[in-house]
Ligand binder design. Structure first.
Ligand code: NAP
Length: 273
């Protein structure tokens, strides 16, 4: 399912821009240090470069988004990215007043005065893809309205001391962040079954456990393929928009590098191998 994802580069002490921000000095004094990982030349006109390693993975994720939501404070000092942030995806700019740039010749750009509306329209436009979110003010508005699904911060090992903080001006209440931990095991080894297989009777086991509650769904798949073909031939098959989220998720999983995981996160059956 599509998510609104905040992508920001932040100093270790929580700043997303240096001091003395002006329209001509959008990231403040020394602020471009935060973007060195993607902009080694420091010159925005020369465009961003896909970095190597894990930074490249974050870059790819950002560039795979299907819409952008940014605050005026981000969009306008960046000269509106020339009307196209990446790949011609729509851009929704959160601001209450009139545009401070001439956007009449930029069909991808819409000014929206409500963050929830901006996020909703961006999700609609992005379809199955995620929405890239940028801006400190927008972060505050979106967190308060409960419309920011994920935070993906690129924490740069530098202390700024001063500048613009990312998490500032939030209401005095705690926002608990969740981290989904998914461990799964797909095995064709009969020995992994929690029972002795009986050929022709029961040879498969499917189960999912969410928050400690297990649901077994091993049964009911016997004539799955026959039923799928019957439904497809009857014109009730899945169409491309139905299948697209699954295909994209599979694509993402397949592109995710294998990393040695914490023993605690390993599937218990895997640990026993
Ligand atoms: N380090 C990074 O990765 C990174 C990435 C992006 C941006 N930045 C930096 O972040 C800074 C921009 O952040 P920012 O906090 O100024 O702004 P922002 O999130 O880009 O924009 C916030 C805008 O939201 C509008 N706004 C405020 N309250 C609102 C409300 N209640 N309803 C609707 N709109 C509302 C305001 O525009 P109006 O006054 O018109 O309403 C305000 O300018 C810049 O320095 C930029 O360079 C850093």
């Amino acid at each position: 399912m599509s998510a609104t994802v905040l992508y920001m580069s932040m100093s270790f002490d929580g700043f997303i821009a240096g001091p003395n921000e002006t329209p001509d000095n959008g990231l403040g004094d020394g602020g471009h240090r935060l973007h060195e990982w993607v902009l080694p030349s420091g010159e925005y006109d020369r465009g961003v470069t896909r970095p190597r390693g894990v930074n490249g993975q974050i870059f790819d994720e950002m560039m795979a988004t299907g819409a952008v939501v940014a605050g005026r404070g981000t969009f306008e000092p960046a000269d509106g990215w020339g009307g196209d942030h990446h790949d011609g995806v729509p851009i929704f700019v959160v601001a209450r007043g009139e545009p401070g740039l001439d956007v009449t010749s930029w069909p991808l750009v819409s000014y929206v005065d409500d963050v929830t509306e901006a996020m909703t329209r961006a999700k609609e436009a992005a379809g199955a893809r995620n929405v890239l979110v940028h801006g400190a003010g927008v972060t505050r508005l979106a967190l308060t309205a409960g419309v920011l699904d994920e935070l993906e911060l690129h924490v740069v090992p530098v202390l700024f001391g001063q500048g613009r903080r990312l998490f500032e001006g939030l209401p005095a209440e705690q926002i608990e962040l969740e981290r989904a931990r998914v461990s799964w095991l797909l095995s064709t080894r009969a020995g992994d079954l929690p029972f002795t297989p009986q050929p022709g009777v029961k040879t498969t086991f499917r189960s999912i456990t969410v928050d400690g509650e297990e649901v077994e769904f091993s049964e009911g798949f016997g004539d799955l393929h026959t039923r799928v073909y019957e439904e497809t031939l009857a014109g009730r098959g899945f169409r491309i928009p139905d299948a697209r989220p699954s295909v994209e998720l599979t694509h993402r999983i397949r592109r995710t590098p294998v990393t040695p995981s914490d023993v605690v996160l390993r599937h218990p059956m895997l640990a026993a191998l």
